[in-house]
Design a protein around this ligand. Structure first.
Ligand code: NAD
Ligand code: ZN
Length: 356
């Protein structure tokens, strides 16, 4: 089992990573008055029996099951969770378990942050992508006018990454989550990137001990950034590498059409191209592109996307300042900078990546 310590200004906690670790790692939950397990339909179908077996029998556990994926992050589902918790009599000494991918972590974390002004919660992530979302304390639901527009900074008591739950992930979700591992390598360390490129030559290799190792390394990158900047006033923004375009593509395609990681991969290639043009990045893109293609990523911007619409969305990104799109660029692998980028360059690079 691997352990990563997370230090933030509001709380210190640990991330435990390994196969079949849940039963041994969960703290003495019997100190809590009740457990509310929040999960989605898909995760429940595969894993609810196992997790119920691993939880202590002497304390009552109630389960709230949401629709799968992004549909869990609505105001309606949020309200339903709160109503359920009230009817079941959860109090301030109860605990919420967020059992699912990033969507469930964000929703359940926001329920925990706000129920009776905040009760403890534990992240039990079940996707690769959640190595990013379960650490760092950002929790949120969506508004019809934008993703993650209502939320909080609220740290979990601990994160238990039992990789036995990841075995049921479909290939597309593996690929989506692995894009964020690649992001963590690109923004932090060329050795980490080389290790990934050498060891993972097809997406079905992303499992077992290798996966535990890469999750740990990705979490360490995130932990280091979050410990310097819990509330995103500075370096935490580097974690948005690839996301300015990525979020715009997701919104334009309709959330759920492109997976988050697919969109972020397009965005990362875009930011690498921009980085070469304006901050002197010398990284050789050709082998990188061949590698991500071998893993099954489609890195070109979909041909039905128009620059004008995407540009409008990028200007509205939460990170953009005074209406100008801001990008995380790389001077070198592991050396990110924030920068406003001029519209013409954005447009030329957009069409270049689209392949037209
Ligand atoms: P997700 O939770 O929607 O999961 C993706 C799909 O996989 C869903 O359909 C889910 O039901 C299914 N699934 C989950 N675990 C499974 C398993 N073990 N086996 C089979 N299927 C499984 O999405 P995600 O990709 O994990 O995360 C994306 C979400 O995370 C977005 O809402 C995004 O905004 C959020 N996010 C948050 C942060 C943060 O810092 N809070 C960071 C990155 C992303
Ligand atoms: Zn992301």
């Amino acid at each position: 089992m691997e352990i990563v310590d997370i230090h933030t200004s509001s709380k210190d906690y640990q991330v435990f990573i390994g196969e079949n670790i849940l039963r041994n790692v969960l703290p003495n939950l019997e100190n809590f008055t009740k457990i509310l397990l929040i999960t989605d339909e898909t995760v429940s179908k595969y894993h609810v029996n196992k997790i119920m077996n691993d939880l202590p029998q002497r304390i009552e556990t109630v389960i709230y099951t949401t629709p799968s994926g992004e549909k869990a992050k609505t105001f309606q589902v949020y309200e339903d969770c709160i109503s359920f918790a009230l009817k079941e009599g959860l109090d301030r000494k109860s605990v919420i378990l967020a059992f699912g991918g990033g969507a469930i972590g964000d929703l359940a974390g926001f329920v925990a942050a706000t129920y009776m002004r905040g009760i403890p919660f534990i992240q039990i992530p079940t996707t690769i992508l959640a190595h990013d979302s379960a650490v760092g304390g950002k929790v949120a639901i969506n508004h019809s006018l934008g993703k993650n527009m209502v939320g909080a900074f609220y740290q979990p008591e601990m994160v238990v990454y039992d990789t036995s739950f990841l075995k049921s992930l479909p290939e597309r979700q593996l690929r989506s989550g692995f894009a964020e591992v690649i992001k963590h390598a690109l923004i932090s360390d060329s050795d980490f990137l080389m290790q990934l490129m050498e060891n993972v030559t097809s997406i079905d290799q992303v499992n077992g001990a290798l996966l535990t190792q890469f999750l740990k390394q990705g979490i360490e990158v995130k932990a280091s950034i979050v410990s310097q900047d819990e509330r995103e006033t500075g370096v935490r923004a580097y974690l948005n590498f690839g996301h300015t375009l990525g979020h715009a593509l997701e919104a334009q395609a309709g959330f759920g059409e492109l997976t988050h990681g697919e969109a972020v991969m397009c965005g990362m290639v875009y930011s690498l191209l921009l980085s070469k043009k304006i901050v002197g990045l010398e990284f050789d893109l050709h082998p990188f592109i061949l590698w991500i293609e071998a893993l099954g990523y489609k890195w070109r911007i979909p041909s039905n996307m128009s620059f004008e619409k995407i540009f409008e969305l990028m200007k509205r990104d939460k990170k953009s300042i005074s209406g100008k799109p801001t990008f995380v660029l790389l001077k070198d692998i592991g050396n990110p900078v924030m920068m406003e980028v001029d519209e013409k360059l954005l447009k030329d690079t957009f069409y270049m990546e689209q392949g037209e």
